[in-house]
Design a protein around this ligand. Structure first.
Ligand SMILES: Cc1ncc(C[n+]2csc(CCOP(=O)(O)OP(=O)(O)O)c2C)c(N)n1
Ligand SMILES: CC(=O)[C@@H](O)[C@H](O)COP(=O)(O)O
Ligand SMILES: [Mg+2]
Length: 587
């Protein structure tokens, strides 16, 4: 039996002691290691498999961690983590208390920049490179590795634009596999395809931006990649290396179905086959309720269009893209553009459903205020993955939207407690509202098997009572209603689903404040400035002096883990809620 190379590699120093001819074998072992662990522990797969040779070559050629290596998004950095001292704990990836699924400065000196959101690497690497120059260090290398979908993001272009006129010692490596999570889109993708085919007629964009451009080269040819990196190491100023790779390289199914194997869930490490799906009838994912309902509504309302920035599969807008390709738009990783595009459409009487993950909408904050709300354009925002998302962790939890949206005039904010409410608010919004609306709903499955009920209109600003009791009133928002319902099942407590964070149901709130001495709000948003804060402001304005408690995401970044574990860790699971509520009540 041949000796394992990976077994003895616990740092890039050890890697650099290997002979270059052994590196392809190491690549094979690294792929196998990643596949074996992701098969059972889950996580992102295809992206890391695609950059195995590049990862080895980078740590082999450059003097990491002294040289600064920045991975864009970071979902492709599993090989990097394994080679930089985290092999033995890699099985804890994305689990509570385990290592993060993304590079994280707190975790390792090799993780030079925290990532998770796309298109940041060029700016960050340029910042580091300029800092090095200012400190008189002209030897240090700064390398940004960015994918073909992420380089189309506005921030990446801003970084390239600046870098091209700097003298910074920056190397941008474009890892071009022609796909993001879903196939890459847009004119830049067409340009890159033409470069690969050798049919590009115009000037090279990157050369035109003043970069020393090389490529495209085969990113799986270890010797070719190493030799080009060695050459680039000696070139000063901004450099651009274009490599071509295959997402999912080394696992047949992952190469074939690159969308599914971006993050495939559990699979058989030997065969690559996905784990069998449960045959039990399950409640739908919220994303699918959105995806099917928009198609249903759009069939009857020709003004409806759908917009997603690079998440057709994740948002399930793919159903509309398949059935109505002219009216559903994947605009690439371009949240800012998606919002203003929707605003432009709304000025012309179109009804845009702009679907963006809560965490990624943070990118488009000014556009929501300046382009949508200030002009009171009736854009319908569907904010998926609101609340705690689980294993993606701090970079991806959608726990700020209620706070950052609530202060914006004109905007209606609604959180459905279940699938039926999501359908009904989508129906209500497309009937025509005088304002923009943000509808925020969680990742994963709901609980309503029989969710496809006839559509009915929701009165804007109206909350509902779910349970009558005495002693205390619990006010929840969104699907936190489930945890609350379970927590108070055997308690004599009232429960209200307020539904709208804005406008608040003031009639209902006056009633609640007059009838209950203790009020508790429950939300899966930050306690700073969210739903509870809105209720508290109402109470202060009207001089109510009730005993008031706000439960939600504390003022801290929440790590990764299962949603139930994370809820437990911050007292939002039903057991903790029950204990908390019981402690408030004097029996
Ligand atoms: C701002 C932002 N929008 C969307 C996403 C979701 N997302 C994560 S990876 C990804 C695709 C990245 O594609 P690419 O850059 O080509 O890298 P690859 O997966 O092909 O290695 C997307 C859209 C994100 N992380 N950040
Ligand atoms: C890396 C990244 O940003 C995406 O791949 C994200 O992990 C997708 O999240 P969902 O699994 O919730 O679609
Ligand atoms: Mg790609």
């Amino acid at each position: 039996m041949q000796k394992s190379l990976l077994e003895n590699i616990n740092s890039p120093e050890a890697l650099r002691l290997l002979s270059q001819k052994d590196l392809p074998k190491l690549a094979q072992e690294l792929r196998k290691f990643i596949i074996n662990i992701v098969a059972t522990k889950e996580g992102h797969l295809g992206a890391s498999l695609g950059v195995v040779e590049l990862t080895i070559a980078l740590h082999y050629v450059f003097n990491t961690p002294e040289d600064q290596l920045i991975w864009d998004v970071g979902h492709q950095a599993y090989g990097h983590k394994i080679l930089t001292g985290r092999k033995d704990i890699f099985h804890t990836n994305r689990q509570l208390g385990g290592i993060s699924g993304f590079p994280n400065r707190a975790e390792s000196t090799y993780d030079t920049f925290g990532v998770g959101h796309a298109s940041t690497s060029i700016s960050a690497a340029l910042g580091m490179a300029i800092a090095s120059r200012l400190k008189g260090d002209l030897e240090k290398q700064h390398i940004a590795v960015i994918g073909d979908a992420s380089i189309a993001g506005g921030m990446a272009f801003e970084g390239l634009n600046h870098a091209g006129v700097s003298k910074a010692n920056l190397l941008v490596i474009l890892n071009d596999n022609a796909i993001g999570i879903d196939p890459s889109v847009g004119a830049l993708k067409m340009y890159l395809t033409n470069v690969k085919k050798g049919t590009q007629k115009q000037d090279n964009i990157f050369e035109a931006l003043n970069f020393d451009y090389s490529g495209p080269i085969n990113g799986h040819d270890m010797d070719a990649v190493i030799s080009e990196l060695e050459r680039l190491k000696t070139v000063q100023g901004p450099k651009f290396l274009h490599i071509i790779t295959t997402k999912g390289k080394g696992l047949k199914q992952a190469e074939k179905d690159q969308v599914k194997y971006h993050a495939p869930g559990k699979f058989d490490a030997k065969t690559g086959d996905l784990a069998a799906k449960s045959t039990e009838i399950q409640a739908p994912k919220y994303q699918d309720v959105f995806g099917h309902t928009i198609v249903e509504l759009a069939k009857n309302n020709k003004k409806i269009v759908g917009i997603t920035p690079a998440m057709p599969t994740g948002s399930s807008l793919k159903y509309m893209m398949e059935s109505m390709p002219d009216r559903a738009f994947d605009v690439g990783i371009a949240e800012q553009h998606a919002v203003t595009l929707a605003a432009g459409m709304a000025t012309q009487g179109i009804i845009p459903f702009c679907n963006i993950y809560s965490t990624f909408l943070q990118r488009a904050y000014d556009q929501i205020i300046h382009d949508v709300a200030l002009q009171n354009l009736p854009v319908i925002f569907c904010l998926d993955r609101a609340g705690l998302v689980g294993e993606d962790g701090a970079t991806h939890h959608g726990v700020y939207d209620l706070s950052y949206l609530r202060c914006i005039p004109n905007l209606i904010i609604f959180a459905p407690r279940n699938e039926i409410e999501l359908r009904n608010i989508m129906y209500t919004a497309q009937l025509g509202l005088d304002h923009p609306i943000a509808i925020r709903y969680p990742r994963g499955r709901g609980k309503t098997i029989d969710w496809k009920q006839p559509l009915s209109k929701i009165n804007i600003g109206e909350g509902v009572q779910l349970k009558q009791g005495e002693n205390c009133a619990i006010l929840s928002i969104g699907n936190m209603a489930y945890n609350v319902s379970e927590a108070i099942e055997n308690l004599n407590i009232s429960h209200y689903d307020m539904r709208f964070v804005k406008p608040l149901d003031e009639t209902l709130l006056h009633h609640i404040c007059k009838n209950y001495s203790t009020i508790v709000t429950v939300e899966d948003n930050s306690i700073n400035g969210g739903f509870g804060s809105a209720v508290l402001e109402f109470m202060a304005l009207h001089n109510y002096k009730n005993n008031m408690k706000i439960l939600g995401i504390p003022d801290a970044f929440i790590e990764h883990g299962k949603v139930t574990e994370l809820q437990e860790s911050i007292g939002l699971d039903f057991g903790s809620l029950k204990r908390f509520i019981e402690s408030l009540i004097v029996f």
